[in-house]
Write a protein of this length. Structure first.
Length: 156
């Protein structure tokens, strides 16, 4: 696997996307300055460069997260989880300690519970459900009946 910051295809994609966003911003600026330009064109002209900046930001964020993941895998393979408490505290060891102590799942009770449908023992609803089940059973018998009856008549 190549280093995350040395991927030519990804770098080219980021450059093309950023240049496309800047080009669209320039185009919208020209539309704004024309006789038919509106405030919406000005908004787009200011918005497209922000998109270009976000593309570049997302690339650097991706590279940083991938590099940290590789470092975490490398440190997990090199050394066991236990560390010497007398060892000097460095930024790297502090990062490693805080990241390993970070919660991995959402604690119970932090999210609202899903609503549960009220269970009523309604006699009318029970009778209606029995009626629907009877209709379904009749339909199943009717659908399978002629085929099954034909084979019985031929066999007898």
């Amino acid at each position: 696997m190549s280093a995350p910051h040395r991927r030519p295809a990804l770098i080219i994609l980021v450059i093309v996307a950023a240049l496309a966003c800047l080009g669209l911003g320039w185009w919208q600026w020209g539309r704004f300055q024309s006789a038919t330009g509106t405030g919406q064109n000005l908004g787009y002209a200011l918005q497209w460069p922000l998109f270009a900046g976000f593309v570049v930001f997302a690339y650097f964020r991706f590279v940083r997260l991938e590099r940290e993941g590789l470092e975490r895998e490398g440190t997990a393979e090199d050394s066991p989880v236990t560390e010497d408490p007398a060892a000097p505290v460095t930024v790297r060891s502090l990062r490693r300690r805080t990241k390993s102590a970070a919660p991995r799942e959402i604690p119970a009770g932090i999210l609202p519970e899903r609503p549960v449908a009220a269970r009523h023992d309604d006699p009318e609803l029970a009778e209606y459900n029995r009626y629907l089940a009877e209709l379904n059973a009749r339909e199943q018998i009717h659908a399978a009946g002629p085929r099954g009856g034909d084979t019985e008549r031929r066999a007898g």
